[in-house]
Ligand binder design. Structure first.
Ligand SMILES: O=P(O)(O)O[C@H]1O[C@H](CO)[C@@H](O[C@H]2O[C@H](CO)[C@@H](O)[C@H](O)[C@H]2O)[C@H](O)[C@H]1O
Length: 723
């Protein structure tokens, strides 16, 4: 048997992130998202390394080149971020090299201070900075000279920055002059050695050498793919309602409801848009079976007028390609979609691959189900839940036929204006199938998104993301304590974003947690604030804004669940009676829209708080990605202004009953404060986006959060206060 080898390059570069299965599958990204990149790079001996990430657009053009910074000392990790600005499959590569300038800065600093090899060290500095000045001069004279820099890996050959556009070339005479001045300073024997050294390590010299480093022994990691999707794949606020409830009318005489429909539900879209949501998701809209129909509170004997669970898809009126007759016609549906689009909402449909016993599939394709020895078909289950009103599909019985039918259905709804599907229980179907379906659909429709509703083991949840699901439901709903939240937020923001995009739902028709059942209105506010700010994707099912909190005894589900009956909510009355938190929801979505920092997931940083219930995190968004940027035509983009940096700090008391107070210790490095952001006292100003107050903050800050008055601070750091 023969084995492979590790294949280290001259300078080992390992553990490149983000990468799925070593780069076999593209990592997830969306347009404009800040993607943190990292690698482990190290070398023999003590000389200094430089490490960069280089981002290439789908045409293979270099678009961003950023120096990575070392992480925890001793671990050889390097970190930075890239930000793709268009859709498609992008690539990034890590380059590690011997950095003679950084080695000199370190060695000369130590030796000159100690009086060792003073002249030699200064001579070395002169030589290095002269080379850098010559390098700048040669670029300025002939910008195309270094085009093939990647090929120049020969030992002891300096390789400059690959940027060689007219704009960067125009700056080079100035760079050259600055470097020549430094050489003069280093050579000036009238100065003390430490002053001569200082000329070679002045901030502007360091930053020039950072931008256009002298590089030897350049080693390339190989390219890693990033699948950059449209913004809604990673940044959106979802709202769920049952269209049959929206506009349903209760008839006092008969004691029954007349169903709402797409025409009446279209009127509710204003309410949803007004709260600032971007996606309206509806449970299945297809005909509902009669056989084993479920009645109120999940009972097994529905009455004549009970509408049944929408997930029990299929009746003589049709299956997954049909619309429930009470909801309206295809034209009504299309009018609903058009109205949603007018209001800036996208429509998400449920894709629940199962069938009521009355579904046409059951008679037309009995082979799609598993028939037991007694001739019956077993109903579906998601233990411990029992779904007596539906049959599961057996994908192995006729994969070709089933795959074809599902693709037909998905395409049909795409043609009717649907670009997002919330997929019911994907973990009970083969992964292979999802990989095939999502690839097939996205090939022709890269704009189509799939949200995985899988509450199951981590391996399957992660694999569904790798198979192509753009978003996933999460366990956020059950992470309520400070300890649980710190662990979970760290995981979803730092460990799994390459393959798992978390959508933080605060509730669903299936999930009414104990925290909400017993936490009062404050609990609803707290969870909404956390969900809306911690991840760029969050969702809410109707009734949350009214703090509906009564569960069916013994279950984590709503009593009189809308899954089995009509619900007629009076939002106006609830608001008038103080039972509604709509103003907070609206404000949260406004804050999300106004603060780009909240549009990123990977930039989340946790901060320490002194009490055991208060959670603190921040996100910082730069107007521009770091490093040397090139636009699509190869022109170097000028650096950002610091006043455009957006930082949001969130502090939430997770104890919905009692006030908590303490100190929050901010890791200031995460906030990237600049001198122009600081007051004379070295403090900075924060504006509370919920209360409108302004405070002077520093690394240590007192807080007091009373859940009944003010459960949280959402603070925006004021930038550029010195003008
Ligand atoms: O199994 P999950 O907890 O992930 O829940 C999802 O899928 C269920 C099956 O589709 C769905 O359950 C609802 O529909 C069933 C079929 O009509 C019915 O038997 C269940 O009582 C009802 O809750 C659930 O809503 C969905 O989120």
């Amino acid at each position: 048997m023969s084995y492979g080898k590790a294949d280290y390059g001259r300078i080992p570069v390992t553990e490149v992130q983000p990468a799925i299965d070593g780069g076999k599958v593209p990592a997830k990204a969306f347009v404009g998202e800040e993607i943190t990149v990292s690698a482990v790079a190290f070398r023999e001996g003590h000389d200094q390394l430089g490490v960069s990430a280089v981002l290439y657009d789908p045409h293979g053009r270099e678009r961003q080149r950023v120096r990575l910074r070392p992480g925890t000392p001793g671990l050889d990790q390097w970190h930075g971020s890239v930000r793709p600005d268009g859709e498609g499959v992008w690539e990034f590569e890590i380059e590690a090299w011997d950095s003679p300038y950084d080695t000199w800065v370190h060695d000369a600093g130590v030796k000159i201070a100690a009086g060792v090899d003073v002249d030699l060290m200064l001579q070395e500095g002169i030589k290095l900075l002269s080379t850098a000045a010559d390098d700048a001069a040669s670029y300025a004279a002939e910008p195309a000279l270094n085009k093939g820099a990647a090929a120049l890996e020969a030992l002891s050959k300096f390789v400059g920055n690959k940027q060689s556009t007219p704009e960067s070339a125009a700056l080079l005479p100035r760079h050259e002059a600055t470097l020549r001045e430094a050489v003069q300073g280093l050579s000036d024997t009238t100065r003390e050695p430490l002053d001569r050294y200082a000329a070679g390590v002045a901030p502007e010299i360091k930053s020039l050498m950072d931008e256009r480093p002298l590089r030897r022994l350049v080693t390339y990691s190989g390219k890693f793919p990033l699948n950059v999707e449209r913004v809604a794949a990673g940044h959106a606020a979802w709202y769920e309602f049952f269209p049959r409830s929206e506009g349903a009318v209760f008839n006092q005489e008969t004691g029954t409801f007349t169903s709402g429909n797409f025409r009446t539900a279209a009127k509710s879209l204003d309410r949803v848009a007004d709260m600032g949501f971007n996606v309206i998701y509806m449970p299945p809209i297809h005909p509902i079976g009669r056989a084993h129909r479920k009645g109120p509170n999940n009972t097994l004997n529905a009455g004549e007028f009970d509408p049944g669970s929408p997930w029990a898809i299929g009746s003589p009126d049709g299956g997954h390609d049909a619309i429930h007759p009470e909801l309206g016609t295809v034209e009504d549906f299309e009018a609903f979609v058009a109205r949603a689009h007018e209001l800036g909402l996208e429509v998400a449909l449920d894709l629940a691959l199962q069938a009521s016993p009355d579904h046409p599939w059951v008679t037309e394709h009995p082979e799609w189900f598993t028939t037991r020895v007694d001739g019956t078909i077993a109903y579906a289950e998601n233990p411990p839940k029992k779904y007596q009103d539906i049959f599961p599909i057996n994908f192995d019985n006729d994969p070709k036929g089933i795959y074809k039918e599902v693709l037909r259905i998905v395409k049909l709804w795409i043609d009717r204006g649907v670009k997002i599907f919330r997929v019911d229980n994907p973990h009970t179907k083969p992964l292979q199938f999802w990989e095939w379906l999502i690839r097939k659909v996205n090939k022709d429709h890269p704009e189509v998104l799939f949200l995985a509703e899988a509450f199951t083991r981590p391996a399957m949840m992660g694999a569904l993301g790798k198979a192509g699901f753009q978003q996933s439901y999460t366990y956020f709903t059950w992470r309520n304590t400070k300890e649980e939240l710190y662990e979970y937020l760290q995981h979803v923001s730092q460990e799994s974003p390459a393959y798992f995009r978390p959508n933080f739902w605060v509730n669903t028709p299936d999930i009414l947690t104990e925290y909400l059942q017993y936490g009062g209105q404050a609990a609803f506010k707290i969870r909404a604030i956390l969900a809306a700010t911690a991840t760029p994707l969050w969702g809410m099912y109707a009734g949350y804004e009214l703090c509906e909190h009564v569960a069916r005894p013994g279950a984590e589900e709503y009593i009189d669940n809308e899954k089995y009956e009509f619900k007629n909510r009076d939002f106006a009355a609830a608001e008038a009676e103080g039972r509604s938190i709509i103003p907070l929801i609206r404000r949260l979505n406004e804050i999300r829209a106004a603060h780009p920092a909240l549009g990123d997931l990977r930039t989340l940083r946790l901060h320490d708080t002194s009490d055991d219930a208060t959670v603190a995190f921040s996100k910082t968004r730069h107007a521009q990605p770091h490093g040397v940027l090139t636009d699509a035509s190869g022109v170097v983009v000028p650096a950002e202004k610091s006043s455009d940096i957006d930082t949001v700090i969130v502090l939430v008391n997770t104890d919905s009953h009692y006030a908590r107070e303490g100190q929050v210790h901010l890791d200031l490095s995460a906030l990237d404060l600049r001198p122009e952001d600081l007051t004379d006292n070295g403090t900075f100003l924060v504006d509370d986006l919920l209360s409108g107050e302004t405070w002077e903050w520093s690394a240590e800050n007192y807080y007091r959060l009373d859940p009944h008055v003010r459960p949280a601070h959402i603070l925006s750091v004021r930038r550029g206060i010195r003008g």
